[in-house]
Design a protein around this ligand. Structure first.
Ligand SMILES: C[S@@+](CC[C@H](N)C(=O)[O-])C[C@H]1O[C@@H](n2cnc3c(N)ncnc32)[C@H](O)[C@@H]1O
Length: 271
């Protein structure tokens, strides 16, 4: 069954502001795979579960026509409000019922979204819409991020992990796919030519405000906010205070690095 977790306007606005785009190494892994496979020169690329367009912009830089789709109207509204590329359009629709003709899509991508889908139905739909000679790229960043700043990276990462110990109590059962490095999603992809990479690392430039905003955007925080708003708000306030104190700075705009690991499932639908 489809899961709707990103429906609120407030959540979508935070999401748009703080979620980062696919990093360079993830981009490279996808583009290299397409080249290796000698896949169709992509005409139509679809970004499923596009959110407010984090991955869609990357795709639009490389491909002729990109359609971002998402089940959440609020996310698509944010995407439309921030996109200016003439080769991008957005649609509200579930991943399990894509409004594309059979064998019409050259590349079907999903960034940090596939674990929310009904995987069996989505895979059937992906197989239907992808052209022979087309590809799929399904990725997610994992939860084992680390924070890096001067000589206090270890302490900052410990703070970050402690916050996740609290947040993970509010995880949806589907987050297990992320914890399992998309193993089940890989196995469900109905192509014989496929691979799963679990060690793509990207260093994402952030600020203290960006890290706190990212935490605010995760589904676990949004569940806590709904159930116990006071606890949720003070968790973020305390976290920001602890991070600033550890770094020995006062500005929320102080830059630091967020190191993320990506898992990527890549597949080629033979001719
Ligand atoms: C964690 S966000 C990822 C957004 C974006 N791709 C990114 O890289 O940040 C997951 C997105 O998947 C969407 N989503 C969840 N279930 C969906 C479904 N069944 N069909 C289409 N979109 C779905 C949510 O609305 C949300 O925008």
């Amino acid at each position: 069954m489809a899961t709707q977790m990103f429906e609120g306007r407030g959540h979508a606005a935070v999401y748009q502001k703080y979620r980062f785009a696919p990093g360079e190494e993830l981009q490279r892994a996808i583009l290299t795979y397409l080249k290796e496979k000698g896949a169709n020169p992509p005409e139509l690329v679809v970004d499923v579960g596009c959110g407010s367009g984090q991955g869609t912009h990357f795709l639009a830089e490389h491909f002729k026509k990109v359609v971002g789709t998402d089940i959440s109207e609020a996310q698509i509204q944010e995407a439309r409000d921030t996109s200016s590329s003439p080769n991008v359009s957005y649609l509200v629709c579930p991943a399990e019922e894509l409004p594309f003709e059979d064998a019409s899509v050259d590349l079907l991508a999903a960034f940090t979204a596939a674990h929310w889908f009904d995987i069996e139905k989505f895979m059937r739909e992906a197989n239907r819409v992808i052209k022979p000679g087309g590809c799929v790229a399904i990725s997610t960043y994992t939860l084992d991020m680390s924070l890096h700043y001067g000589n206090c990276s270890e302490k900052l990462t410990k703070i970050y992990k402690e916050v996740w110990d609290v947040l993970s109590k509010h995880s949806h059962s589907k987050v297990k796919h992320v914890l399992e490095n998309y193993k089940e999603i890989f196995e469900a992809l109905p192509f014989s030519d496929k691979k799963r990479i679990t060690d793509i690392y990207d260093k994402i430039p952030m600020t203290v405000a960006g890290v706190v905003g990212y935490l605010e955007s995760v589904s676990q925080y949004q569940v806590l906010l709904k159930n116990d708003p006071e606890a949720a708000k003070s968790l973020l306030q305390d976290t920001e205070k602890r991070i600033l104190e550890t770094m020995g700075v006062s500005s929320r705009e102080t830059p630091l690095e967020f190191w993320v690991r990506h898992v990527c499932v890549l597949g080629y639908k033979g001719l």
